[in-house]
Design a protein around this ligand. Structure first.
Ligand code: AFP
Length: 326
């Protein structure tokens, strides 16, 4: 057993076969991510985890050795789970595993690759749907149809943040037992916050609403927002999301005028939508600057989407900056 589920986990999923399939799949992911965590913990002893393989994923991102290895570990785990289809950041197209199985799983096997060699927290993100018809129909739908989603963080703690639609919980991998153990139930994000996360080096590429909002944050207490702001940017979505769940804040990866960044950097299917599900279940908001992330229907497998999420008040304030522009 790699995870000891809370007694309430996924109890809102009334179909017993689906409930069992979700638990079995999360258990398989927990076993796989324990293995990835152990590899990360060895760092340079694993020789070249952060080395580029010379290949690139569909989006042109250079693939690191750990990206590929993590995808292989997740793929092998899901092949033994009740999964019909698997979509991965590291694979060009959807993998059909067993059409007779109940679930469809999407994953970013290793989020934060640029941090692999710097001992900064990285992670694995996953999204689970009930398979529907064929591979494409199982994923080309709004994120609101997810039945379970979450992310593992490989950091000082190895954690699993997960929701099945009835709240967001955190499990911690207990090093003494090797079991993901429930640590925080029904997390709630602070509604207000003066901490934001954005890659500020892109300032001159942003659209006016984002630029105006950040400049107003920088004006501090004497500015229109009337408060001193703080900034954090890890460069690993899972680490920023985990911090925002624990102490509030707002994450922004907006679209910008760099080539290929019109819709930002993050992918809808296996990054934005699972994080949005977790954040909403913790009482926060997740948008593309205007639209709710979970309402956006996937149109292409690796499609990008601008991503803003976290505490309700700042997310709403930024939305108002966009409306003023419109
Ligand atoms: P990598 O996995 O390629 O490092 O990308 C990580 C990520 O998708 C997300 O986890 C970070 O929040 C974001 O990119 C960092 O992007 P920048 O490197 O442009 O700041």
């Amino acid at each position: 057993m790699a995870i000891k589920f809370s007694s309430a986990f996924a109890k809102n999923i009334k179909d017993t076969a689906v409930h069992a399939a979700v638990c079995e799949t999360v258990e398989a992911l927990a076993i796989a991510c324990k293995q990835i965590s152990r590899i990360c913990a060895r760092g340079p002893l694993e020789h070249g985890l952060g080395a580029e393989t010379g290949a690139a994923n569909t989006d042109g991102d250079a693939q690191k050795a750990l990206d590929v290895r993590s995808d292989e570990i997740i793929t092998a785990a899901l092949e033994a789970a009740p999964v019909a289809y698997y979509a991965s950041e590291e694979q060009d197209s959807i993998v059909t595993m067993d059409k007779s199985k109940l679930l469809a799983v999407a994953s970013d096997p290793l989020d934060g690759s640029s941090n692999i060699d710097t001992n900064v927290s990285i992670g694995t993100i996953f999204s689970i749907f009930i398979a529907k018809g064929d591979a494409v129909s199982s994923f080309f739908r709004p994120g609101s149809e997810q039945i379970c989603a979450g992310f593992f963080v490989y950091g000082p703690q190895t954690t699993l943040v997960i929701t099945a639609g009835a709240g967001t919980d955190t499990y911690v991998l207990d090093p003494d037992t090797g079991v993901f153990t429930l640590a925080i139930t029904n997390m709630k994000i602070e509604p207000a916050s003066t901490e934001y996360a954005i890659n500020a080096s892109n300032h001159h590429h942003w659209d006016a609403p984002v630029r105006n909002y950040i400049e107003d944050c920088l004006l501090g207490a004497s500015g229109p927002l009337g408060a001193k702001y703080n900034m954090r940017w890890v460069g690993s979505l899972v680490a920023d999301a985990g911090r925002i769940l624990s102490r509030g804040g707002m994450f922004m990866y907006p679209g910008d005028d760099r080539a290929g960044y019109k819709d930002g950097r993050l992918r809808l299917l296996y990054e934005a939508a699972p994080v949005a599900f977790v954040i909403e279940q913790a009482g926060g908001m997740a948008t593309d600057g205007g639209r709710r992330i979970l309402d956006i229907k996937l149109e292409t497998l690796h499609q990008r989407v601008p991503l803003v999420f976290g505490s309700n008040e700042p997310v709403q304030t930024l939305t108002d900056y966009h409306k003023k522009q419109d």
